[in-house]
Design a protein around this ligand. Structure first.
Ligand SMILES: [Mg+2]
Length: 380
């Protein structure tokens, strides 16, 4: 059957990249967040804005993560401005898959910068061709996901009050941030959370490398009655021997997050006895690499958590959400992090309905970026 004339015309026309901008932004968090000893008040992120010759614009976002990817905002800006943009300006954005590969060869590491550029290219191509982000990457296998809420207050009473308020909004999956307080207090918090929230909610915990072996072992034994689904990244990233030892006796599956940056890391953690892992676009280097990681994880029988970094706006979170709808399984939940921001930069904001979040409809990421808001949060 011949293609519809409009579609054929759109597909055959080059999408010439006219400009690529790397924009440093600082988005205020709704409240400061503490993770393994570090308190953060703003989300310091990179935005990538790619405009084609016909004026269509595609956007991508990556959070900085000095202690996870090594990416700082100035380094991501320089990577895009000085190394990636000169490779792509004047090229046809329909070559985005080849560019993604070329970027990975030309620029070792720099996974945050590369992820934001790949996302912006896909958004641009999707908008131009009238195709959704999910369809560009092979098509969704689920139309919505159950997001999780991160809890990490100074006291158990505050954690419980916050989680109860969130259950009323429809959240039923909570991640406790641990590895910060004395371990006995963290065990008591987990037990109190389970008692207060009842058996229907899913609880998991994330130590962000904050335990040593003995504290991790004490935590795992102590929270048995709390029904914790998994403990994420209990030990330092390089301590795979400790992970293997811990996994042999742990009553709870162990996850990896900070330790996962490549397919080789996924293999190594599967071999060390991890039960699952957290995939982030900024760690793997973009949507395509994250999908490849998810396929390998599923093949190795690992559970999968898809996560944006605290905090990405609805832009970065929508990219994660779309990929979460494509992976074989997202059984360890999905972290969408625009909810921790005081203000967003894209519309429509991702919303929870009946306990689930659906990707915005429309071509590309389906979002309109508010360029005035971007200007307000831009860091010069
Ligand atoms: Mg984590």
């Amino acid at each position: 059957m011949p293609l519809d004339h409009d579609i054929a015309a759109r597909l055959s026309r080059p999408i010439t990249i006219r400009s690529i901008e790397a924009i440093a932004i600082a988005l205020p968090l709704a409240k400061p967040m503490k993770m393994a000893g570090v308190e953060i008040r703003t989300a310091d992120n990179l935005l990538v804005r790619i405009e084609s010759a016909d004026g269509t614009v595609g956007w991508g976002e990556s959070a900085s993560a000095p202690n996870m990817t090594g990416d700082t905002v100035p380094a991501m800006v320089a990577a895009v401005r000085d190394h990636i943009a000169p490779m792509l300006i004047g090229k046809d954005a329909r070559g985005r898959a080849a560019f993604t590969r070329k970027m990975a060869h030309a620029l070792h590491g720099n996974t945050g910068a590369r992820s934001a550029v790949e996302t912006a290219l896909a958004d641009l191509v999707g908008r131009t061709l009238g195709v959704t982000f999910a369809d560009l990457y092979g098509g969704a296998v689920r139309d919505s996901v159950e997001p999780m809420w991160l809890v990490g207050n100074p006291t158990a009473a505050e954690d419980i009050a916050e989680a109860k308020a969130k259950t009323r909004e429809g959240y039923a999956f909570f991640k406790l941030k641990v590895g910060v307080k004395p371990v006995e207090q963290e065990i008591e918090t987990a037990l109190a959370m389970r008692q207060a929230l009842g058996p229907a909610v899913t609880l998991c915990a994330d130590a962000n490398c904050g335990f040593d072996y003995s504290r991790a072992a004490r935590y795992l034994a102590g929270v048995d009655a709390a029904g914790i689904a998994f403990l994420e990244q209990p030990l330092a990233t390089e301590n795979l021997a400790g992970l293997a030892r811990l996994a042999r006796t742990s009553p709870i599956p162990l996850g990896a997050d900070e330790g996962i940056h490549s397919l080789a890391d996924i293999e190594a953690h599967a071999n060390a006895g991890a039960g699952g892992l957290s995939l982030k676009l900024i760690k793997l280097g973009g949507p395509a690499a994250t999908l490849a990681g998810a396929m390998l994880a599923a093949h190795r029988g690992l559970s999968i958590n898809l996560a944006a970094k605290v905090s990405e706006s609805s832009l970065g979170s929508a990219a994660t959400l779309n990929i979460a709808c494509l992976v074989p399984s997202a059984d360890w939940g999905v972290s969408l992090t625009q909810v921790y921001l005081a203000e967003d930069i894209a519309k429509p904001a991702l919303r929870l309905e009946n306990g689930r979040v659906t990707p915005p409809a429309g071509p590309g990421l389906g979002l309109e970026v508010d360029e005035k808001a971007v200007a307000r949060f831009t860091v010069k």
